[in-house]
Design a protein around this ligand. Structure first.
Ligand SMILES: Cc1cc2nc3c(=O)[nH]c(=O)nc-3n(C[C@H](O)[C@H](O)[C@H](O)COP(=O)(O)O)c2cc1C
Length: 299
C-alpha cells in the first residue's frame, strides 16, 4: 500500500522553508499556513509574503481564512493567478478572535452560510477547491458529515478532517471514527488528520477509516523525515537540519529568520539529553551563529 502522507498547515510554522524540507523528504500535497483573505485582497505586504511559494513546492494548496464569500472568492482568484494548485478553506481554526469574526471553526456552525461560501468560491476558480474541517463546533454539534455532504454538493473537490471539535482544542485523542463517517458519506477524497506520529499510525488511520491520504501536523515538528518513514541515520538528520536552517536564512529577513531558527531547532532538539537546559540559551541567543553554537553542542 502506498501511503499519501501530507504536511498539515500550521500557522507560523509551515512556511516555505519547512514545506520544502518536507517535500524533499517525501511529503505529498503541501498546504500553506492560513492566509487572511481580506488582508490578501487589501494588498497587505506581510500577507502577500505569506502567500508566496516556490516552484519546487508544487503541488501546493494555499489555505484561506475568512467568512465573507465574495472576499474569499476574490482571494482565491488571486492565489490561483499566482499559481496555486488548489485553494483550501480553513474551517478549523479555534482561535477566539478568529471565530468571533465568523471565520475558521465558526464556519461549521452555520451550514447554510458555509454552502454559500463553497458555491461562491467554486464559481471563482478553476483549480481544486478543498476544505479542512473539524468534527464540529462542540460535542453537541458533531456535524462534519452534514458539512461534508453540502461541500460535495457544491462542488468541493476534497475534504480534510481533523475530527476534534473546536471546544476540544487539542485535548483527548482525535476520534478517528468521525473520519470514517465522513469517508462513508461522500464520494470525494477524504484526508484524515489527528495524532499521527509515525508511518504505523498513518497506516492504522487508513485501515480504520478508509481515508485516501493522511495529514501530519505536530508529528512533523522537528521530524520532517517522518514522511518517507524509513529509518533515518543521524548523519542524514544532520544534513536535513542544515538544509532547513540554510533555507530559513535565505528566505526570511534576519529578524524573522532568527525566530524561525530558534523555534525549529528547539523542536529538533526535543528528547536529546541536554535539550531542557539548552532552551534558555537557545531562545536568548541574538544571532544565527549564537543559535547554532548552542544547538550543535547538544545535537
Ligand atoms: C502550531 C499550529 C498551527 C496550526 N495552524 C493551522 C492553520 O493555519 N490551518 C489549519 O487548517 N490548521 C492549523 N493547525 C491544525 C493542524 O493543521 C492539524 O489539524 C492539527 O494539529 C491536528 O493534527 P496533528 O495531530 O497531526 O498535529 C495548526 C496546528 C498547530 C499545532
Amino acid at each position: 500500500m502506498t501511503l499519501d502522507l501530507r504536511l498539515a498547515p500550521m500557522a507560523a510554522v509551515t512556511n516555505a522553508p519547512f514545506r520544502l524540507v518536507a517535500r524533499e523528504r517525501g511529503a505529498g500535497l503541501l498546504t500553506s499556513e492560513e492566509i487572511d483573505a481580506r488582508a490578501l485582497v487589501e494588498g497587505n505586504a506581510r500577507t502577500r509574503e505569506l502567500a508566496s511559494h516556490r516552484p519546487a513546492e508544487h503541488p501546493i494548496a494555499m489555505q484561506l481564512l475568512g467568512a465573507d464569500p465574495d472576499v474569499l472568492a476574490e482571494a482565491a482568484r488571486r492565489l490561483e493567478a499566482e499559481g496555486a494548485d488548489a485553494i483550501d478553506l480553513n474551517m478549523g481554526c479555534p482561535v477566539a478572535k478568529i471565530v468571533a469574526k465568523g471565520q475558521g471553526a465558526a464556519l461549521m456552525r452555520d451550514p447554510l452560510a458555509a454552502g454559500r461560501v463553497f458555491r461562491t468560491m467554486r464559481n471563482a476558480i478553476a483549480v481544486s477547491l478543498t476544505i479542512k474541517i473539524r468534527g464540529g463546533w462542540d460535542a453537541r454539534t458533531l456535524n462534519a458529515v452534514e458539512i461534508a455532504r453540502i461541500a460535495e454538493r457544491e462542488g468541493v473537490n476534497a475534504i480534510t478532517i481533523h475530527p476534534r471539535t473546536r471546544s476540544q482544542q487539542f485535548s483527548g485523542l482525535a476520534p478517528w471514527e468521525i473520519i470514517a463517517a465522513v469517508v462513508d458519506a461522500v464520494g470525494v477524497p477524504v484526508t484524515g488528520n489527528g495524532d499521527v506520529r509515525s508511518h504505523a499510525d498513518a497506516r492504522a488511520m487508513v485501515a480504520a477509516t478508509g481515508c485516501a491520504a493522511v495529514m501530519v501536523g505536530r508529528g512533523a515538528l522537528g521530524a520532517p523525515w517522518i514522511f518517507r518513514g524509513d529509518d533515518v541515520s543521524r548523519d542524514e538528520k544532520t544534513r536535513i537540519i542544515r538544509r532547513h536552517c540554510a533555507l530559513i536564512e535565505e528566505h526570511f529577513t534576519p529578524r524573522l529568520a532568527l525566530v524561525q531558527l530558534k523555534k525549529h531547532l528547539a523542536w529538533y532538539s526535543r528528547g536529546l539529553p541536554g535539550a531542557p537546559r539548552m532552551r534558555d540559551a537557545l531562545f536568548s541567543a541574538e544571532s544565527p551563529a549564537a543559535v547554532y553554537d548552542v544547538f550543535w553542542r547538544v545535537w
